[in-house]
Design a protein around this ligand. Sequence first.
Ligand SMILES: Nc1ncnc2c1ncn2[C@@H]1O[C@H](COP(=O)(O)OP(=O)(O)O)[C@@H](O)[C@H]1O
Ligand SMILES: [Mg+2]
Length: 264
Amino acid sequence: MTDKGYKDGIFPTSRLRIAVTGKGGVGKTIISALISRVLSRQGRKILLVDADPAMGLSYILGAETDRSVGSFRDRVISEPQLKRELGSVRIKDVLIREALVKLHDAELLIMGKEESSECYCGVNSVLKYGIGSIASDYDVMLIDCEAGLEQIHRRVLNTVDTLFVVTDMSVRGMKTAIQIKKIVESGSAIEDCQRFGLILNRMKGDAAPLLTMAEEVGLEVFGSIPEDDHVTSLDREGLPIDNLSEMSSSLGAVRRILSSLNLF
Ligand SMILES: Nc1ncnc2c1ncn2[C@@H]1O[C@H](COP(=O)(O)OP(=O)(O)O)[C@@H](O)[C@H]1O
Ligand SMILES: [Mg+2]
């Protein structure tokens, strides 16, 4: 498999906007990191967005940083000089300078803590605009979501075209996935979702009962990722995803899923 360049005909011009959702602890962050690794090694320019306040993605990418959009917003509110600068230079340039984290094969925006209950709507909408204009510089934007349904309800994922909903082998994980499907189908949360499907993660043993649940509600299954000892070892040693062997079963499964969707 070649690592560089697009395959002919796949996204020569258009951008890909992916979000990874699901219940807490099912593997959203590791799967986001694996997707990023696969697509970046293909030569795509990737913007990762860590939209979970728990900020697990930066950790698994080995990015030790205290930069985030949330802490930048706090500084804009408390530092008049920074606020003035936002009015005079492009918000995009300031965000890149102050909040973007450059990794060796992707770039990362950590959203950080939630907006405070006080309303900073002006600042927030400026930041939203800035993030949108940063994203247009990338081939792929990949959002690792907060657990559950909240961000989908709040239309945070409004502009994604590809939504992966992840479950582990638990019925609770699957029930969350089914709820997400219902919200997406209601049409109120995402405008132009072209691909929506389930990834069954940490697969071992008999998946038939879960697959039946998916089938009963018409939830398309994009594929499964096995329980992977390589991932468990990384976890145990606290190592970033770069250390995962090319031969690991989880990475192979993610390649297969992306390939079956013509995304890789
Ligand atoms: N396929 C897998 N094989 C082994 N461990 C996994 C697998 N997927 C996820 N894990 C582990 O499960 C835990 C939760 O994964 P994480 O990606 O943080 O979930 P989420 O982001 O959905 O909360 C982590 O310790 C992660 O390493
Ligand atoms: Mg996570």
